[in-house]
Design a protein around this ligand. Sequence first.
Ligand SMILES: Cc1cc2nc3c(=O)[nH]c(=O)nc-3n(C[C@H](O)[C@H](O)[C@H](O)COP(=O)(O)OP(=O)(O)OC[C@H]3O[C@@H](n4cnc5c(N)ncnc54)[C@H](O)[C@@H]3O)c2cc1C
Length: 397
Amino acid sequence: MPGRTIAIAGGGIAGLASAALLAREGEQVIVFDRMDAPAPIGSGLILQPVGLAALDQIGAGNRMRALGAPIERLFGRVRPSNRVVLDVRYRALGGKAGQGLAVHRGALFEALLEAAAAAGAELVPGREVVAASDRRLFFADGTTSARFDLVVDALGVKSPLAGHSAPPLPFGALWGNLDWAGKPFDEAALEQRYEAARKMVGILPIGSVRTGAVKQASFFWSLKHSDAAAWRAQDLDAWKQQVLQLWPQTAPFLDQISDREQMIFASYSHRTLSSPLKTGLAHVGDSWHSASPQLGQGANMALLDALALSRALGAHREVSTAMEAYARSRLAHIRLYQLASWLFTPAYQSESLVVAWMRDWFLSPISQVWPGPGTLAALIAGRIGSPLAAIEAIGDG
Ligand SMILES: Cc1cc2nc3c(=O)[nH]c(=O)nc-3n(C[C@H](O)[C@H](O)[C@H](O)COP(=O)(O)OP(=O)(O)OC[C@H]3O[C@@H](n4cnc5c(N)ncnc54)[C@H](O)[C@@H]3O)c2cc1C
């Protein structure tokens, strides 16, 4: 039977993962992205065990394991007391639970791009999508695509196909990829230092962008959206002094920053569509649900969406039935993690002294007492709500 025709709008993590999986199932897939050429840009990110399981299905898991940095622990201290207020260890889940894998976003992008192309997906760069209707895409240059059996919206957080956008959260962050500085930093930990919840500096080892390239870290500094312009106008050394006051050991990273352009401001927003479906259209990834990266789940959710979408289309020939199965398999996990992200974000990024106090003197101590360590590790690992089992069950009964 000939494959169905599927247009994927957006060639980011969700779009390329969907393309790789669907093309491998025999669907005729075309991916449209506004970028003229694929480029390895952006921060690092942590792939959780559930996201890695999805990457394994795509055939890109081992490539990412060879490049990335295994993460065993998420660790943070608050200044000036130096109290430990974040300590999540994957081993609290038991031996077989796996760990996080921090990767360069460019490395993940290249792996997904190659997997999609190898599976037979067609990739069309330089096409800015502005609208979709009747299973067609409309482009900024005034042209319209052919009619497809299904349009997949993988345009990310600002998707013009999602109906409404959300305002940015008060806090975003400056992100830059720098060469790994070695000791005293832990090569297997995401480490952060805070002042209340209004200041945060973090270091995430991310391995190499490609084989043989130097090992790197993502360096980030929490910044209010409203202060981003002032930061650009500020003297770089004055900012470095602020960072050093919070975490003096970061000097070898700061020494590598000679130009503001090395640090990119990322704003975050929190938005969840009540359903990922419109007639002839399915949302995947951030176009359906976006959040701040405090829980580190966005890329994992995008990979899980892609896996669920391909399973549903594999199990049901009728596209509308498949889309209902897709939505059903993902809804509970997404609602749960969007809620958790909404609750946790202010504990690490807000002006509130009360919230910071609650984090330091209530949440942090109880999280170290059973069943806190295992529950937090399961939350970070993306396992709560058993997303893989829900996807596996598509087509049953
Ligand atoms: C600083 C930062 C750190 C993060 N850290 C983590 C982490 O540690 N772990 C984690 O799991 N997640 C993390 N995330 C979240 C994760 O990056 C996102 O959830 C993920 O990238 C979503 O994938 P996506 O494919 O839905 O969207 P995107 O990756 O944003 O891809 C969207 C694609 O659509 C294209 N596009 C957009 N608009 C148009 C248009 N109009 N026409 C044509 N093409 C268009 C873009 O060029 C892009 O290729 C982080 C996010 C940020 C910003």
